[in-house]
Design a binder for this molecule. Structure first.
Ligand SMILES: Cc1cc2nc3c(=O)[nH]c(=O)nc-3n(C[C@H](O)[C@H](O)[C@H](O)COP(=O)(O)OP(=O)(O)OC[C@H]3O[C@@H](n4cnc5c(N)ncnc54)[C@H](O)[C@@H]3O)c2cc1C
Length: 367
C-alpha cells in the first residue's frame, strides 16, 4: 500500500537500499530529520549476495551511524588477517594489527544490509519495495516511474543502485571504464572447518588468468571466486561447475579449503569491473556507492566506500536543503574523483607486484 507521504512527493528519493543508500538515509534522518526521505529497493534478484570481507575501519563508520553495538551483536565472523599467494607461491599474512581497530569481519551480507535498511526505516525513511524504471524532470524536481508501484515526485534523487548504475544508464551518462573484471563465484556448505592454512581468513591466490578468492562466511558457508576478465572467462568456459572445479583443482591454497565442502549452486557471474561516472550526473541527482564508481574486489573497499559516500552525499544534500548551499555537491564530486584516482594508483601498484606471467593478457593489461 502506498503512503500519503509518498503520494505527496518527497524531498529525497533514494534508489537502492544497499549499504550506500541505507547509510545516506540514516545520516539524512540524523542531520536533517524534517526531510521526507523514501528508500526504494527492487528486492533481491539472486539467491546469494557477494561482498563480505570488510577491514577494521568499517567499525568507526558504523559507530558514526549509531550501529556499532547492533553490528557487534549480529554474529558476523571476526577476521584478523588476509592471506595471499601473490607474486610468489607461498601464502603471506597481512595482519590487521596495524589498524587502530584490529578486527575485520566476514559478513552475513543479507543480515548486514537488512540492519542498515531497518535502521533507516526506524529513523523515519519510508521503505518502498519497487523497481525504478525511468525518471524525468518535472516541476518539483524529478518524476520517478516505478511501474506498478506508482510514480513519485522528488526534489532530489540519490542513485544508490549499485553496479547496475541505473540512472547513468537511463540518462546515458558515459563512464570511464578501466577493465572488464568478472567474478565467477560458487557458494558452498562447509560442514567442518578445513584443516588447511587460511581456514579462518580470506585467502587470495593468483594464477595465470587472474586470481582466486575464498573465505568462510557465517551460516557454515564458504564462498570461492575465480576472478578474471570477461573475454578470458569465455575462453576458459567456467560457467559449468566441472570446468570451474577443474581450474580450482590446479590451485595450491584454495582447493584444500574447498575439499570437504558441498557446492550449493552452479557458478554464477558478477561484474567486478572498475569504473567511474565522476561528476556527470545532472543537478538534482547524486550517485553514491557502486553507482558512482566501482572498485576491484581485491581492494575489499566496496562496502566501506559505499557507506562513506552515502554519508558525504547526505552532508552535501543537507547543505543544499538547509542552507541553499550547492557547493557541497561540487565538493562531494571532487572528493569522489580524488578517491577514484587514489584507488587506481593503489590498484596499479598491487597488480604490478605479480610478475610471474608478464605475457598473460590478464596481467599484461594491468601492468
Ligand atoms: C564479486 C564481488 C566481490 C566483492 N567483495 C567485496 C568484499 O569482499 N568487500 C567489500 O567491501 N566489497 C566487496 N564487493 C563490493 C561490494 O559488494 C559493493 O561495493 C557494495 O555492495 C556497494 O554497495 P551499494 O550500496 O553501492 O550497492 P549494492 O550493495 O549493490 O546495492 C544496490 C541496491 O540497489 C537496488 N537496486 C538496483 N537497481 C534498482 C532499481 N532499478 N530500483 C530499485 N532498486 C534497485 C538493489 O536491489 C540493491 O539492493 C564485491 C563485489 C563483487 C562484485
Amino acid at each position: 500500500m502506498r503512503s500519503n507521504l509518498i503520494d505527496a512527493g518527497v524531498d529525497v528519493f533514494i534508489v537502492g537500499a544497499g549499504p550506500a543508500g541505507a547509510a545516506a538515509a540514516i545520516s539524512l534522518s540524523q542531520i536533517a530529520p524534517h526531510l521526507r526521505v523514501c528508500l526504494a529497493d527492487a528486492g533481491r534478484d539472486r539467491p546469494f549476495r557477494v561482498g563480505e570481507s570488510v577491514p577494521p575501519p568499517i567499525k568507526p563508520f558504523l559507530d558514526h551511524l549509531g550501529l556499532g553495538p547492533a553490528f557487534i551483536q549480529a554474529d558476523h565472523c571476526p577476521s584478523f588477517h588476509t592471506l595471499s599467494a601473490w607474486g610468489g607461491q607461498e601464502l603471506i599474512g597481512n595482519e590487521f594489527f596495524l589498524y587502530v581497530h584490529n578486527t575485520g569481519w566476514r559478513l552475513d551480507r543479507d543480515r548486514f544490509d537488512r540492519m542498515l535498511a531497518d535502521e533507516a526505516t526506524r529513523l523515519g525513511a519510508k521503505p518502498l519495495t519497487a523497481t525504478v524504471r525511468s525518471l524525468s524532470p518535472c516541476a518539483q524536481g524529478w518524476r520517478i516511474d516505478c511501474g506498478a508501484a506508482g510514480k513519485f515526485a522528488a526534489r532530489f534523487v540519490i542513485d544508490a543502485s549499485g553496479r547496475s548504475a541505473l540512472l547513468p544508464r537511463l540518462l546515458k551518462i558515459p563512464s570511464v571504464k578501466i577493465d572488464k573484471l568478472v567474478a565467477c563465484a560458487v557458494f558452498f556448505e562447509q560442514q567442518s572447518v578445513p584443516d588447511a592454512p587460511g581456514a579462518d581468513a580470506a585467502v587470495i591466490e593468483s594464477f595465470r588468468d587472474g586470481w582466486w578468492y575464498s573465505a568462510a562466511i557465517p551460516g557454515s558457508r564458504r564462498v570461492a571466486m575465480l576472478m578474471t576478465d570477461a573475454d578470458i572467462a569465455r575462453q576458459l568456459r567456467i560457467s559449468q561447475l566441472p570446468a570451474w572445479m577443474a581450474y580450482l583443482a590446479e590451485t595450491r591454497h584454495i582447493q584444500p579449503l574447498i575439499a570437504s565442502c558441498r557446492p550449493l549452486a552452479p557458478p554464477a557471474f558478477w561484474s567486478a569491473a572498475s569504473r567511474n561516472f565522476g561528476s556527470a550526473y545532472p543537478f538534482g541527482i547524486l550517485g553514491i556507492g557502486d553507482a558512482i564508481s566501482s572498485f576491484d574486489p581485491l581492494s575489499s573497499q566496496g562496502i566501506i566506500k559505499a557507506i562513506r559516500s552515502g554519508l558525504f552525499a547526505s552532508y552535501a544534500i543537507a547543505d543544499y536543503f538547509l542552507r541553499n548551499d550547492e557547493t557541497g555537491i561540487a565538493r562531494y564530486y571532487a572528493l569522489m574523483n580524488r578517491e577514484f584516482d587514489a584507488y587506481l594508483t593503489t590498484r596499479h601498484e598491487y597488480y604490478r607486484q605479480e610478475q610471474r606471467w608478464p605475457d598473460a593478457p590478464f596481467w599484461n593489461r594491468r601492468h
